[in-house]
Design a binder for this molecule. Sequence first.
Ligand code: GDP
Ligand code: MG
Length: 168
Amino acid sequence: DMEVAIKVVVVGNGAVGKSSMIQRYCKGIFTKDYKKTIGVDFLERQIVVNDEEIRLMLWDTAGQEEFDAITKAYYRGAQACVLVFSTTDRDSFQAIDSWREKVEAEVGDIPTVLVQNKIDLLEETVIKNEEAEGLAKRLKLRFYRASVKEDLNVNEVFKYLAEKYLQR
Ligand code: GDP
Ligand code: MG
């Protein structure tokens, strides 16, 4: 059997929890101030889906998203995408359309999932449930509410993407 390896890009505004999500999924840890390991482009994790071994390579940025300076190399060859916004950051929610367009412009229509992170902070939410669900519907994307901090729904996001990728 040929091994399946999937390059996954995790995009969204700064501070929504992208690096934390990658670290949580690949290393099983959460820290308050995660700094990207210098020189490492991605972390990986192997899972089994439909009896197939899948190697997920999760690509992180070094904060370039805050300066709109993500290079083409980041997107190149991406086969799946996680669009992330935060429960406590309205701008990050409003930026999802533009992140989707950027990814599509670079790599076309790849398996994609929409994630609302930091649902442990639901009491401070600035996004109504129906707005988030409306966005997912409009973009025709599976939608997950997650908390990287509490480890809620993180595995599900990547399992879904791997399944979606295999179904292509
Ligand atoms: P990035 O800029 O998108 O990579 O975001 P980071 O992963 O650096 O996270 C930004 C901040 O949000 C950090 O202080 C994280 O600890 C925090 N954070 C990430 N995920 C969660 C979460 O699910 N809940 C809460 N409360 N904080 C989170
Ligand atoms: Mg980061």
